[in-house]
Design a protein around this ligand. Structure first.
Ligand code: CUA
Length: 229
């Protein structure tokens, strides 16, 4: 999760988020180069003296400063499109998790396992334990196996919500009457936190997401215990 003074992106927990971070750094590098060049030119303008009294046009420089930015934009557009289609790819998921947004909590369904379903509410500050994260921890976490492809289906029951977990690079809107799909692959164990990121009403800030990533055999234990409840 994000902690104090963490201004960049969170460490990735999935290959797609890793790619998103690479793309972010690539775009930022180009942005810095453009800013430095334009900044230098603007600064140097203050010391300019008009020495070409009859200069009205310059075909060559016009060509250069039209085509060059277009080529620079291509260097951003091509990796961007690659990533866009990569995010959309579904790679034979082993399990499917369905996530339904409500005002103001998430509910989850494991449709592959006797349709296990449960609600996931934020733990209020006055009920929080000392090691809990305020406004971020929930009563029932999503347990998912690491190192496996997971499909997530997102929808909502009332207004638009958004199921967003930064460490996994997942951000999908839940819209009433629609079923959105994406997938991810968690490559390490841990707790991954997320929040709703669609302005969905008064308690929008209070419907966090917690994913507990565990090894596959632990997940099987958990799911069989839950089925037998
Ligand atoms: Cu649900 Cu914002």
């Amino acid at each position: 999760m994000s902690t104090w003074a963490n201004l960049g992106l969170q460490d990735s927990a999935s290959p797609l988020m890793e790619q998103l971070i690479f793309f972010h750094d690539h775009a930022l590098l180009i942005l810095v180069m453009i800013t430095v060049l334009v900044g230098y030119l603007m600064f140097m303008l203050f010391f300019n003296s008009y020495i070409n009294r009859f200069l009205l046009h310059g075909q060559l420089i016009e060509m250069i400063w039209t085509i060059l930015p277009a080529i620079i934009l291509l260097f951003i557009a091509m990796p961007s499109l690659r990533l866009l289609y990569l995010l959309d790819e579904i790679n034979e998921p082993s399990i499917t998790l369905k996530s339904i947004g409500h005002q103001w909590y998430w509910s989850y369904e494991y449709s592959d396992f006797n349709n296990i379903e449960f609600d996931s509410y934020m733990i209020p500050t006055n009920e929080l334990s000392n090691d809990g994260f305020r406004l971020l921890d929930v009563d029932n976490r999503i347990v998912l196996p690491m190192n496996s492809q997971i499909r997530i289906l997102v929808t909502a029951a009332d207004v638009i919500h958004s199921w967003t977990v930064p460490a996994l690079g997942v951000k999908v809107d839940g819209t009433p009457g629609r079923l959105n799909q994406t997938n991810f692959f968690i490559n390490r164990p841990g707790l991954f936190y997320g929040q709703c990121s669609e302005i969905c009403g008064a308690n929008h800030s209070f419907m966090p997401i917690v994913i507990e990533s565990v090894p596959v055999n632990y997940f099987i234990k958990w799911i069989s215990n839950t089925v037998n409840l």
